[in-house]
Write a protein that binds this ligand. Structure first.
Ligand SMILES: Cc1cc2nc3c(=O)[nH]c(=O)nc-3n(C[C@H](O)[C@H](O)[C@H](O)COP(=O)(O)OP(=O)(O)OC[C@H]3O[C@@H](n4cnc5c(N)ncnc54)[C@H](O)[C@@H]3O)c2cc1C
Length: 388
């Protein structure tokens, strides 16, 4: 196989999942992550349907993911007095197997740390492609040259900006922001709506989850204090337990705030640089991000290995398979669903959750999207061609 030195930007889900497969196909992989260490946090993320489960099985982690399994529990949607209005069924949010994002990231990191190089606290500053490689400079580390570079650095991808152009060309803001805050135990459970605002308390191990309508907000994503202020402003005057939640906000152990946005990009590769996961087909809180990242990593590494490392053929194969599978992210607007803009729309959404046939229909639809890919058995195809 040629093109065996690979730099991956981003060590959340897509990056470590790709490192897992590439190292098995004999590549020397470096993963650079901007955060000083593996990022914990996030809510539960889920896998749906046989295609996604079979990739976890082939990675040998399905049982371990199941051991960390969370959720599957129903959640009450309540009014300002805490009275139940409707129930958000666990099966609707939880897929076939659900795990906290931080636990999944740690699991993928553990499975790959001994086989590849992780560099934390650094970020790529430039990418210059030559005939046989990509010359890369970093904020802190010395420049290096790699055969291939992968942007697995999320919806605000740095690699996409450097290799494809500014974020404004590829990311569409959908009119909402969301935040996750670890405010400690004792707040109880329940999901509460006011027009354009939602807050959800998911139990002792889940962060408090906020979704609110807003114009675009200009802030530093690494300035937690600024995010606290934005969140406090967005929920001022809200009812239910929100005043108590706001008093805990200054002491939040972790806080993460971001826009709800969707990526629209007409190609995943540019020369020797390719995008994976949310960087290529992100749709914040769309319910498919993690499954797509893990399947995308399997397909990208597998297509490269099948093509003997020929990046043009490998990237083409990856894009042909993933483009169709990832089309689900072109739809869906989690903000409007979780925090409807008017009282009428909140009532309509709650009414839907009380209709079993509508839920069954929605679950069937998501199952159809989640299984809409024919996966090749890359590991055995590659082993067979190596033995010939
Ligand atoms: C802290 C956190 C919490 C999240 N919480 C949720 C959640 O509650 N619900 C949900 O559905 N999804 C959540 N997500 C998103 C979810 O992980 C993804 O939608 C999905 O798993 C696809 O993952 P990804 O690896 O493509 O992107 P992401 O998970 O977004 O990971 C991108 C990684 O790239 C890193 N990165 C960013 N910029 C740079 C740079 N310049 N250089 C190097 N590395 C960089 C980030 O720090 C991050 O580790 C969260 C992501 C993060 C990072």
């Amino acid at each position: 196989m040629k093109n065996t030195t690979v730099l991956i930007s981003g060590a959340s889900i897509a990056g470590p999942a790709l490192a897992y497969w590439l190292t098995r196909y004999g590549c020397a992989v470096t993963v650079v992550e901007r955060a000083p260490s593996l990022r914990p946090g996030g809510q539960a993320v889920d896998f749906k349907g046989e295609a996604q489960l079979s990739v976890l099985r082939r990675m040998g982690i399905l049982e371990e993911v199941r051991r960390h399994q969370t959720g599957g529990t129903d959640q009450d949607i309540v009014d300002a007095e805490g009275r139940r209005l409707a129930v958000l069924p666990g099966e609707f949010t939880g897929g076939d197997v659900e795990i906290l994002r931080g636990d999944l990231s740690a699991l993928l990191y553990e499975r790959t740390a001994g086989r590849c190089e992780y560099v934390f606290g650094d970020s790529i500053t430039s990418l210059t492609e030559t005939a046989d490689g990509v010359h890369v400079t970093f904020e802190r580390g010395a420049p290096r040259t790699f055969d291939l570079v992968v942007g697995a650095d999320g919806i605000h991808s740095n690699v996409r900006r450097l290799a494809f152009g500014p974020e404004s060309d590829y990311v569409r803001f959908l009119g909402y922001h969301y935040a996750l805050a670890d405010l400690g135990a004792g707040l109880g459970t329940g999901m509460y709506n006011e027009p354009g605002r939602m807050v959800s308390l998911g139990g002792p191990s889940s962060p408090v989850f906020f979704v609110f309508a807003s114009p675009p907000i200009d802030y530093d994503r690494y300035d937690v204090e600024a995010q606290r202020r934005i969140l406090a402003d967005a929920y001022r005057g809200a009812g239910w337990r929100v005043p108590e939640i706001l008093t805990r906000l200054p002491h939040a152990r972790e806080l993460y705030l971001d826009s709800i946005s969707r990526v629209h990009i007409d190609r995943y590769a540019s020369g020797r640089v390719v995008l994976l996961g949310d960087a290529a087909y992100g749709n914040t809180l769309g319910g498919f991000g993690t499954g797509l990242a893990v399947v995308g990593a399997y397909v990208l590494a597998g297509e490269l290995a099948l093509a003997g490392g020929d990046h043009r053929a490998g990237f083409r194969g990856y894009e042909e398979l993933l483009r169709g599978y990832a089309k689900v992210t072109g739809k869906g607007d989690a903000g409007g669903f979780l925090a409807p803009a008017t009282r009428g729309r909140i009532r309509m959404r709650n009414w839907m959750f009380q209709r079993r046939f509508l839920l069954t229909l929605m679950l069937k639809l998501t199952d159809r999207f989640a299984t809409d890919i024919e996966l090749k058995d890359y590991p055995s195809l590659v082993a067979a061609s190596a033995a010939r």
